[in-house]
Design a protein around this ligand. Structure first.
Ligand code: AMP
Length: 288
């Protein structure tokens, strides 16, 4: 890992991005890409470190992509902290930050969209119609802009990583996709740029997501294999938090995201919960 305090180079246009990357490519360096919406935290930075561990040059994109937000979601208030993000990237030695404007990404007359397949339908797809269409479109655009060798995503957004993997396979995009472990606060809450919306009391209550995933792991360790029973116990635990509203608690096949009845192998437990109107998601594998 490189440690430096000099800021990464900053590009805000595709032309400048390509200009900076041209000599990197001529040197035949391996390029890693970390797509983010900014408001960087240790989860994002773990992806940067993942890239630095296997690539010669790391590009971090910072762009709050409007097309993945639904009407009534938090696009307007989503945190935008570019200068602080650049400082964080300097501390961990990222090479290039690409922070385009909206006009640069969706130029006047923009009209092409990626329609993701079945894996985008359940869970987040059902709760946030159009979300993965926006995600797949922006990620494909970023992959085309950067032409990286490897792109890094977080397991916290497990379904997103599956959608991207499927898109890359279907569109023959020459890139490897890595999914890195979820980084958590010491009390288990998965780091998220949205955690900052929570009041101190809601922040305390938000630990029920991780507690319910741990409960699922304990039940499986005790021999429970009935998915409905595990999901019911998780729901009961989540609802002990005042004001918690469940979007879903699901036990699914980690490849297809189809619901399972009985656990017979690795299963994904995933949930989305609103606490004080902040929507939080988390997941973990259940091994049996
Ligand atoms: P976002 O800025 O929320 O779009 O996230 C950008 C990338 O960081 C995505 O691949 C996320 O899955 C990943 N990410 C977000 N939170 C975490 C976390 N707590 N641990 C690891 N990766 C994360």
């Amino acid at each position: 890992m490189t440690t430096t305090t000099s800021r990464p180079q900053l590009a805000t246009t595709v032309a400048r991005l390509r200009e900076i990357l041209a000599p990197v490519r001529r040197r035949d360096e391996k390029i890693g890409l970390v797509p983010t919406m900014g408001a960087l935290h240790a989860g994002h930075l773990s992806l940067v470190r993942g890239s630095q561990a296997e690539c010669d040059y790391t590009v971090v994109t910072i762009y709050v992509n409007p097309s993945q937000f639904g009407p009534g979601e938090d696009l307007a208030r989503y945190p935008r902290t570019l200068q602080v993000d650049l400082d964080a990237l300097a501390r961990c030695g990222a090479d290039l930050a690409f922070a385009p404007t909206h006009e640069e990404v969706y130029r006047a007359g923009y009209s092409t969209w990626v329609e993701p397949g079945d894996v985008a339908e359940p869970l987040e797809g059902r709760c946030r119609p159009g979300h993965f269409r926006g995600v797949a479109t922006i990620v494909l655009k970023l992959l085309n802009m950067v032409h990286a060798d490897v792109a890094y995503f977080g397991q916290k957004d497990y379904q997103q990583a599956l959608v991207i993997r499927q898109m890359v396979r279907d569109f023959d995009v020459p890139i490897e996709i890595r999914v890195c472990p979820t980084v958590r606060d010491p009390d288990g809450l998965a780091l998220s740029s949205r955690n900052g919306y929570l009041s101190p009391d809601a922040r305390r209550r938000a630990t029920v997501l991780w507690k319910s995933l741990q409960l699922a792991q304990e039940l499986v360790a005790q021999g429970q294999r009935d998915a409905r029973t595990i999901a019911r116990r998780m729901r009961e635990l989540v609802l002990t938090a005042e004001d918690a509203q469940i979007d879903y608690v699901a036990l699914v096949d980690p490849g297809s995201l189809e619901p399972v009845d009985r656990l017979t192998g690795r299963t994904l437990a995933a949930l989305a919960v609103r606490i004080e109107n902040t929507r939080l998601i988390d997941n973990c594998f259940l091994e049996c």
